[in-house]
Design a protein around this ligand. Structure first.
Ligand code: TEU
Ligand code: CA
Length: 588
């Protein structure tokens, strides 16, 4: 079936097929991997729905304007009420917060702003009592420059921790350039006068890259993993893991390599051996899930990372869907469908996928992929929710999206943004003399801060998030969009999410069923079937603000409607008319 799909896609989208992923045809992949196909094993991490919480912004209980663990504890019943099974919590470890906790200074301590280890234990127990699992971020491509290891490492060239990081002695000729994501000048080599040497930082200057070629570093990582797994957590999200293995001779890279960063930075020479080592020595001893942040740069990379026989990670989390929506000019639905359909066919029988439309590095899902105008915000949020929860792959749903939270229109000037990525790229653009109006337009749309504004609990001051001054500007639309306003309304975005989550939980066909795309070249309608053990469902999603009609190419008439974000469906013979942003799932 995947090959048939491929053929169909190529017939309808010739142009798109010519720009296939580098060096490999999909047909080839399908053939190669058919042999490796193993029985699709059913497990909790395929069936579970993940709810991602950005702890800084969820709920503040002590009035300092920063969300905390006690806030999460307070809201556990709310989380449970959503019908989700797994919480992914962004980093809560000790950190000077150069990059909001992704710069860790102590991997075994809780950031004091977030609470104490007792709070953590209570939170974890509270989740487990409610049958909710906890997945934590593992951020070990880099540490904070305030981590004890780095303080030692930078202190002298012969310090025992020197080789925990990548150093380049300044008396040698300058190291070949390396691109830094967050540095103002995008220069990943930072000069440090203490030892007259440069250290490497793919992210900010305060996030030096750890040297994984040093076996001691890998032992440290394993110890950290065991520390948290022994506390009972249920898995890790592997932050920036693709970058950990590096060619430490730091050869010259071709001009413009930074535009294809995963190809040059990702999947380094020892990445697979290192992942197998973590799996063999630690992960295989626990019943936990691991999610890759990324999926390599080719389909084969992705398969190698998560194929059950690889013994590396459980699921990929590819960014191609994110990239499709990243232009201010909008996106083509055909492109979007092509991405999700190809990934489905590549991974079918070969590994497991994640399905998401937002996270803490992205704008709000409804602003990016739906329509956040007052008229269409609710239906388009529900439609996107239907998509996320009806695809094959573990759904990752970002806090606040269950309300239809939007990008923050209050963000205007650069001073309104908190994110280091926003601030430093602004400074860099200014220095390079870029058009700052364009820069700001792009930032207002794409800034990571859009997805980090405080959770909107009610319509009181600061949305019930805090009694103090929130660390990041609230979205002023909290007066209309908040949990309290939606809780008792059966038609709210929130209650639609709950219904859709329940539908997925009750129907293994939505988890494991084969996926088949209909109308691959339709620009407004995304329709597909899911089928398993004789049970079949038809998902129809209108991604546009217009009414659209299509003729269904199915042998039989759709049966019962199992979910619908409008009151009615319009079906005449094989002809279906969808309202703007309508989402319907039928049994067939
Ligand atoms: O992101 C890794 C990463 O590659 C980012 O550069 C990502 O592409 C970018 O944020 C998109 O805007 C992870 C975390 O998700 C991110 O929050 C951290 O800032 C980063 O690692 C460093 O730890
Ligand atoms: Ca607080």
């Amino acid at each position: 079936m995947p090959r048939l799909l491929t053929l169909l896609l190529c017939l309808f989208m010739f142009a798109a097929c010519t720009e296939q992923q580098a060096s490999e045809s999909k047909d080839q992949i399908a053939e190669n991997t058919a042999a490796k196909d193993t029985e699709t094993e059913r497990t909790w991490w395929k069936e579970g729905i993940v709810y991602q919480i950005y702890p800084r912004s969820f709920k503040d209980t002590n009035g300092d304007g920063v969300g905390d663990l006690r806030g999460i504890i307070e809201k556990l019943d709310y989380i449970k009420s959503l019908g989700v099974d797994i919480v992914w919590l962004n980093p809560i470890y000790a950190s000077p917060n150069d990059d909001n906790g992704y710069d860790i200074s102590d991997y075994r301590a809780i950031m004091p702003e977030f609470g104490t280890m007792e709070d953590f234990n209570e939170m974890l127990a509270g989740m487990h009592e409610r049958d909710i699992k906890l997945v934590m971020d593992l951020v070990v491509n880099h540490s904070s420059d305030e981590h004890e290891w780095f303080e030692q490492s930078r202190s002298s060239r012969d310090n025992p921790y020197r080789d925990y990081y990548h150093w380049w002695p300044a008396e040698k000729e300058k190291p070949n350039p390396r691109f830094s994501f967050f540095d103002v000048n995008n220069d990943a080599w930072m000069y440090d006068s203490t030892t007259n040497a440069y250290y490497l930082h793919y992210f900010s200057r305060k996030q030096p890259d750890l040297n994984w070629e040093n076996p001691k570093v890998r032992e440290e990582v394993k110890d950290i993993m065991r520390f948290w797994l022994d506390k009972g957590i249920d898995g890790f999200r592997m932050d920036a893991f693709q970058y950990v293995s590096k060619d430490t001779t730091f050869p010259k890279l071709p001009e413009g390599y930074e535009k294809d960063i995963i190809k040059y930075y990702g999947m380094g020479p020892n990445l697979h051996p290192y992942l197998k080592e973590l799996n063999r020595d630690v992960l295989s001893e626990y019943d936990v899930m691991t999610v890759a942040e990324g999926a390599g740069s080719t389909y084969q990379d992705a398969i190698d990372l998560v194929h059950p026989d690889s013994n590396e990670l459980n699921m990929v989390y590819h960014f191609e869907g994110m990239d499709v929506g990243s232009s201010l000019d909008g996106y083509k639905l055909t492109e979007f469908k092509k991405v999700y359909s190809e990934w489905d066919s590549v991974l079918a029988g070969n590994g497991w996928n994640s399905i998401f439309l937002a996270n803490h590095d992205q704008p709000r899902m409804v602003s990016k992929y739906g329509n956040d105008s007052p008229e269409f915000r609710a239906p388009s949020s529900k439609m996107l929710t239907t998509f996320i929860l009806s695809m094959r792959g573990t759904p990752y749903y970002y806090y606040g999206d269950e309300l239809g939270m939007t990008n923050n229109e209050a963000f205007q000037e650069i001073g309104d943004f908190q994110d280091i990525a926003a601030r430093n790229s602004y400074e860099g653009a200014l220095e390079r003399g870029e058009n700052m109006d364009n820069f700001m337009a792009h930032l207002r749309f794409m800034s990571r801060d859009n997805g980090r504004t405080p959770m909107q609990w009610n319509d009181t001051e600061h949305a019930g998030f805090t009694d103090g001054e929130p660390w990041l500007m609230l979205n002023p639309n909290y007066e209309q969009i908040n949990v309290e306003a939606q809780e008792d309304d059966p038609n709210s975005v929130l209650n639609y999410f709950r219904r859709m989550a329940q539908l997925r939980q009750e129907n293994p066909v939505l988890v494991y069923g084969d996926y088949e795309l209909l109308f691959p070249n339709h620009e407004q309608v995304y329709a597909y079937t899911r089928s398993l053990d004789g049970k079949e469902m038809l998902v129809m999603l209108n991604f546009s603000e217009e009414e659209v009609s299509v003729d269904l190419p199915l042998a039989q008439q759709p049966g019962d409607v199992v979910i619908n974000n409008y009151e009615n469906t319009r079906l005449e013979g094989s002809n279906v008319t969808l309202e703007p942003y309508q989402a319907v799932i039928w049994e067939i």
